[in-house]
Design a protein around this ligand. Structure first.
Ligand SMILES: *[C@@H]1O[C@H](CO)[C@@H](O)[C@H](O)[C@H]1NC(C)=O
Ligand SMILES: *[C@@H]1O[C@H](CO)[C@@H](O)[C@H](O)[C@H]1NC(C)=O
Ligand SMILES: *[C@@H]1O[C@H](CO)[C@@H](O)[C@H](O)[C@H]1NC(C)=O
Length: 463
């Protein structure tokens, strides 16, 4: 009896606790801002990612509410962890105060200034997103109080002035994006002095994005532990000389490179993934250019439309040993053929993408077919194989002409002349003999026999 009683009590306690929790969730549904409760501008509050035990973490979604900065109260609800204010009508950063807030999203507003005290009362902020605003100038003290910030996204703004040492307070920053600030190249010394020293960037940063910033050079410390560097869509003509030695992922796509050469690749010896995509001026991959890249696992030339030459000795002349390369993407380039001297490297690949290439399917391509990789490459020449997947073409059809084509032309011309001569002779031989025919056919009974027309005597009688 006692046991049963205890169990019943326990069940009651459990149901009481869960209903309490549900109530709490109910109350929190529209928790902020205080002034707009139960109105169209009220934000949705969720307990979503929080585990049933431990500290509660509230996520507040205020996106698409046409909120202005002065409509938001400074004090945020308790336990707020994540505040999304994207797609609103703010022109300045609202003042907030919260010990728990870890993520603040202010994307897609029209904020033009970051003030010195903007984040003073958010001591635990880890991630700050300010992309897609109208920021032009970042002053020296903009981020002074953000000692724990790990992610800072300033992309898609109009930044052109950044104060010296402005990132210095961000001691544990891991990821920094300044992409799509097209006039950033006007900021003080950005292309000529050490970027880290100049702006006070944390040496342990692991990801730096500088897409579309109009840069023709960048100077980064060799000893920095950076892993990912994104320099897509700038105006670089060569790989920057001063670049972290242990860089693993490098994106140089959509720059002004004309060749892929060893003089450049020596600076990035430890790179594992290299992106050389959409490179509209790139025409060739030079001899020995891959020699320094022994750690490279993946390289992509995707859509480098004019790339048509890949040197047979791109991986060096003698030893093809010690490469880690597993993936090469040639999709959308103008490569027509590949020299079989590359085969020791290519046989180790797990992915070779030849989609959309104008391949010349002759005997020089047999070794590619024998790689047993699905490359999705299709033949463009000769015309009898046009459009066929290289993997579906029979090896015997991958043949090379042993005579030059004009010989075939001559032979065909000769045959045509012979034929027409023959036809002429046959026609000549079958021509009917006129005398024989006349004698035989036009006799007295023939309809073609001579007819004598005599004058009509009756008509003459009238005269
Ligand atoms: C953004 O703010 C600027 C002034 O700082 C103003 O000129 C511009 O029209 C605003 N843009 C939008 C889309 O509201
Ligand atoms: C910055 O980049 C733009 C566009 O690429 C270019 O026109 C301008 O001359 C560059 N300015 C500097 C200072 O490099
Ligand atoms: C292959 O490359 C070598 C060395 O670069 C060259 O001598 C040879 O002509 C090339 N072969 C073809 C078929 O292009």
């Amino acid at each position: 009896m006692k046991k049963l009683f205890l169990i019943i009590v326990a069940l009651h306690v459990i149901s009481f606790v869960t209903s309490e929790l549900e109530d709490a969730n109910e109350i929190e549904k529209f928790c902020y801002p205080e002034a707009f409760k139960n109105s169209r501008k009220s934000c949705e509050c969720n307990n979503d990612n929080a585990p049933p035990w431990g500290v509660r973490a509230v996520k507040i979604d205020c996106s698409y509410k046409s909120l202005k900065s002065n409509e938001l109260s400074e004090v945020l609800p308790l336990y707020v962890d994540n505040l999304d204010l994207s797609w609103n009508a703010m022109v300045e950063i609202p003042q907030f105060s919260s010990d728990s807030l870890r993520l603040l999203n202010l994307m897609h507003n029209n904020i033009s200034v970051v003030g010195a005290k903007n984040f003073a009362k958010l001591p635990n902020l880890r991630e700050l997103y300010l992309s897609w605003n109208s920021l032009q100038i970042l002053e020296a003290n903009s981020f002074d109080q953000l000692a724990h910030l790990q992610v800072l996204d300033l992309s898609h703004n109009n930044l052109h002035v950044m104060a010296v040492k402005m990132f210095a307070p961000l001691k544990v920053l891991e990821s920094l994006s300044l992409s799509w600030n097209r006039q950033l190249n006007q900021s003080q010394d950005i292309q000529t002095v050490d970027f880290y020293q100049n702006y006070g960037v944390n040496m342990n940063l692991s990801s730096l994005r500088l897409k579309a910033c109009g840069l023709n050079n960048i100077i980064l410390p060799k000893e920095a532990t950076l892993q990912l560097l994104d320099l897509r869509r700038n105006v670089l003509k060569k790989i920057p000389e001063h670049i972290p030695q242990n860089l693993e992922i490098l994106d140089l796509s959509d720059n002004l490179f004309e060749t892929f050469r060893k003089e450049d690749t020596t600076y990035i010896a430890h790179v594992k993934e290299l992106y050389f995509e959409d490179m509209s001026s790139l025409t060739k991959v030079e001899q020995n250019s891959f020699e320094p890249l022994k750690s490279l696992k993946k390289v992509s030339f995707l859509n480098s439309r004019r790339l048509s030459s890949f040197d047979g000795h791109a991986f060096g002349e003698k030893s093809n040993e010690g490469y880690s390369l597993r993936t090469i993407i040639f999709r959308g380039t103008a490569m027509r053929t590949f020299n079989s001297t590359l085969s020791p490297i290519f046989t180790k690949l797990t992915e070779l993408d030849l989609n959309g290439l104008p391949l010349h399917c002759d005997c020089h391509m047999r070794w590619i077919k024998e790689l047993q990789l699905e490359t999705n490459g299709r033949c463009f020449r000769p015309s009898r194989l046009k459009g066929m997947l290289l993997s579906n073409v029979r090896s015997n059809d991958l043949s090379c002409d042993t005579w030059p084509t004009w010989v075939y032309g001559l032979i065909i011309l000769g045959l045509i002349i012979l034929c027409s001569g023959g036809i002429y002779l046959i026609v000549w031989g079958l021509r009917p003999n006129r005398k024989v025919q006349m004698r035989r056919k036009v006799g007295a009974g023939s309809p073609y026999a001579r007819v004598t027309i005599e004058p009509n005597r009756q008509e003459n009688n009238y005269y």
